[in-house]
Design a protein around this ligand. Structure first.
Ligand code: EPU
Length: 431
């Protein structure tokens, strides 16, 4: 984080200093899923009452979500660093300013939630990682189909309606955000809404489970057709625990392979990681599952492989950079095709500074495996790139300094402590 003094002089800059190489070994406990938590929090706006949310990841995206909810009139009590009670009974505002919404992507869920609650939403445009174009036309198409008038101007989105009425909506492409946002708007609408070509990610199921626990009637989440029977009210008075983070678990699985290490990953849903497990075995590493535990170990250089990122249950784009680091030291040349985001190979330039041999052309990157990386000063270009560069620093010879930590803090709870507990030499310092 950069902090400015009054005359705009930079007074400090945080960085991670990583000394490698380390073979990671030990246990790690996975936190709640960022992408579920940041949708469940705005979803509480649909409740007329109090609810408790547990297993919230302690990350900056969750902190800012809570600050926005408080600004809208919600009363939040922190029970522990990972659980809150939230009372949305007195929420009376329907405006979220761009100064807050631009800090993260998931602020767009305030539109669906406020539209459902107040029939009127004025929400600043979302921010989030720079992964290329991130349109929200499918969200808007869904709100309009439900009967809202939507306009975008002066850095904000306005959506208004007299009444939301259930209808059938076919998404032109599989979109996590549009699926959840339409679901949020439809929960209190009159009649039945059907979302066709819906996304199937685990966090979509989790948001639907949360809303159903609070009194909604959503069926089919996790398939490509979701049916939402509108209800009059969500009463709350219930406790919900956020699903474990599939991407955080996958990050540690790949860290085990890249560092030729041995990691026991606890509190994960193994079913959500099937495609990664298959890839890791293909790369010559070992995976053993036992209930909510995945054990990954690797005693030789990983083999090359090819991957195309796809919506769930395909290979997640959010694990692509972590896989990229692993392939940068694999035996042979691997190819990754990124089919979701147009600019998700920015991290490859940083990895090349560490001795990797990666050529990225548009949506395809070629990873010519080298036997070792070497430490260098590098910059996290986005959240998952940041996690990938931590792994790179851990496996590289010598000292790596990693900057732009605000990206990483948005989505990983205690990441350096978790890696330190696995043996990594990693320290956060102010410069
Ligand atoms: N798209 C459109 N129009 C839309 C919506 C999406 O063209 O209205 C396109 C996007 O440009 C993209 C594709 O559809 O090419 C998929 O986008 P999606 O809507 O699924 O992405 P998102 O909801 O903006 C979420 C996660 C991302 C993750 C993607 C894909 C959250 C807050 N973000 O983004 O997570 O990469 O789904 O799985 O849930 C991350 O956690 O690091 C991250 C970037």
């Amino acid at each position: 984080m950069i902090v400015y003094s009054i005359n705009l002089e930079v007074i400090f800059l945080e960085k991670l200093v990583i000394n490698g190489p380390t073979r990671l070994a030990g246990d790690v406990i996975i936190s709640g899923a960022k992408n579920a938590a940041v949708a469940i929090l705005p979803a509480t706006l649909l409740i007329n009452g109090i609810c408790t949310i547990e297993n919230l990841p302690n990350i900056s995206d969750v902190q800012i979500s809570c600050q926005i909810l408080e600004k809208l009139g919600a009363k939040i009590t922190w029970i522990s660093k990972n659980s809150i009670t939230i009372d949305t009974t007195d929420v009376c505002h329907n405006k979220a300013p761009i100064t807050m919404t631009s800090k993260f992507r998931a602020s767009y869920y305030l539109i669906g939630s406020l539209l459902g609650r107040c029939k009127n939403a004025e929400v600043g445009l979302p921010g989030g990682c720079n992964l290329g174009a991130r349109p929200i036309d499918q969200h808007i198409k869904g709100f309009e189909a439900l009967g809202a008038t939507v306009s975008v101007s002066n850095g904000k989105i306005q959506a208004t309606t007299n009444k939301l009425v259930g209808t059938s909506i076919y998404l032109d492409m599989v979109s996590v955000g549009a699926t959840i946002n339409i679901m949020l708007a439809a929960v209190l609408a009159d009649g039945t809404t059907i979302i066709d070509n819906a996304a199937k990610e685990p966090h979509i199921v989790d948001v639907a489970n949360f809303l159903n626990t609070m009194g909604a009637d959503i069926r089919g989440a996790g398939t490509d057709v979701i049916k939402i029977n509108g209800v009059k009210e969500l009463k709350g008075n219930a406790t919900y625990s956020v699903v474990p983070d599939q991407i955080e678990a996958g990050t540690f699985m790949l860290a085990a392979v890249a560092s030729k290490g041995d990691i026991v990953i606890k509190n994960c849903i193994t079913k959500h990681l099937e495609c990664l497990t298959a890839k890791i075995i293909e790369m010559g590493a070992n995976v053993e599952e036992d209930g909510d535990i995945i054990h990954v170990w690797c005693d030789k250089r990983p083999k090359k492989t090819n991957v195309k990122t796809l919506p769930y249950p395909g290979f997640p784009t959010d694990l692509q950079p972590q896989l990229g680091v692993t392939l940068s030291i694999a035996d042979g040349t691997s190819i990754i095709n990124e089919s979701i985001w147009e600019s998700r190979f920015q991290y490859t330039e940083e990895l090349n500074k560490m001795g990797a041999k990666i050529t990225a052309q548009g949506k395809t990157a070629f990873f010519e495996g080298v036997s070792n990386l070497s430490g260098a000063p590098v910059y996290a270009t986005d959240l998952r790139a940041g996690a990938a560069l931590i792994i790179a620093g851990i496996i590289a010879n010598g000292k790596t300094e990693l900057y732009n930590l605000e990206h990483i803090d948005r989505g990983y709870e205690n990441i350096e402590e978790k890696f330190r507990n696995l043996g990594a030499s990693i320290t956060r310092i102010e410069e």
